[in-house]
Write a protein that binds this ligand. Structure first.
Ligand code: IPE
Ligand code: IPE
Ligand code: MG
Length: 235
């Protein structure tokens, strides 16, 4: 049983397997991404209902530009659709939406609807929902270093580096993920939150992202609750 008093404060999800789901179901990859978007909506809602404070999802990586133009532009069109249809619901539920990554270079329509969402939900105090878009952890670290140099910082400690990452000052200093979930049977980080995951717990599932459900989400949190976190100390 899920222990509601020991919920992870921050859950991060690598939403993987849309393409394989599409292949298995004999539909287009974009239909797979659309189904993945539906899963994401349900998980945001459940995370909010469970009282989780931070949910971060990996929606598009800096490496995903390698895919066909058709797939890339389709993914961003879906993002616009998601934002347009679900913005009011997120807002009503007091969800604060933030974006991690350089979204200035994504297609205009997607960027505009994303900016509108960030603006409209800015003062909400419920779940903080971080969408990692055109996000890559190495690019994030390089950007942090360059921003520190631009600010005249000549020596940095861990806290300073943290503050200059996307998860830092500009997005309210998000605590490190307690739990990282990756779907579709892959067991790698793929350039996601390398710095922030230093002491995160990882839970993997073979379920493809479009088949992921709120029940499965709770199951993964239960697995997390069974883990013994030591942070380098002794029991
Ligand atoms: C995850 O699904 C979504 C994105 C990376 C945008 P994939 O599209 O990577 O699905 P697979 O890995 O090909 O099955
Ligand atoms: C990671 O999935 C990125 C997202 C889920 C957005 P990928 O499918 O791009 O990762 P690899 O290529 O399998 O490592
Ligand atoms: Mg994949």
């Amino acid at each position: 049983m899920l222990d509601r008093n020991r919920m992870p404060g921050h859950v991060a999800i690598i939403m993987d397997g849309n393409g394989r789901w599409a292949e298995r179901n004999g539909v287009s990859r974009l239909t797979g991404h659309n189904a993945g978007m539906e899963s994401m909506k349900e998980i945001v809602r459940r995370a909010s209902d469970l009282g989780i404070q931070y949910l971060t999802v990996y929606a598009f990586s800096t490496e995903n530009w390698k895919r066909s133009m058709e797939e890339v532009s389709g993914i961003f069109k879906l993002l616009v659709k998601f934002v347009r249809l679900d913005l009011d619901e997120l807002d009503r539920e007091n969800v604060k939406v933030c974006a991690l990554g350089d979204y200035s270079v994504i297609p205009d329509a997607a960027r505009k609807s994303l900016e509108k969402t960030l603006e409209q939900t800015r003062d909400n105090t419920g779940l903080q929902f971080n969408i990692a878009i055109n996000y890559g952890s190495r690019a994030e670290i390089v950007r942090a270093v360059n921003r520190m140099i631009a600010d005249g910082i000549t020596e940095a400690d861990e806290e300073t580096v943290s503050r200059y990452l996307y998860t830092g000052d500009e997005n309210g200093n998000v605590p490190d993920p307690d739990l990282v979930i990756r779907t579709s049977g892959e067991e790698r980080l793929s350039n996601f939150l390398l710095w922030q995951c230093a002491y995160s717990e990882f839970v993997f599932t073979d379920t493809l992202w479009p088949d992921f459900s709120p029940e499965k989400f709770e199951e993964m949190i239960e697995i997390y609750q069974g883990r013994d976190r030591r942070f380098g100390g002794r029991k």
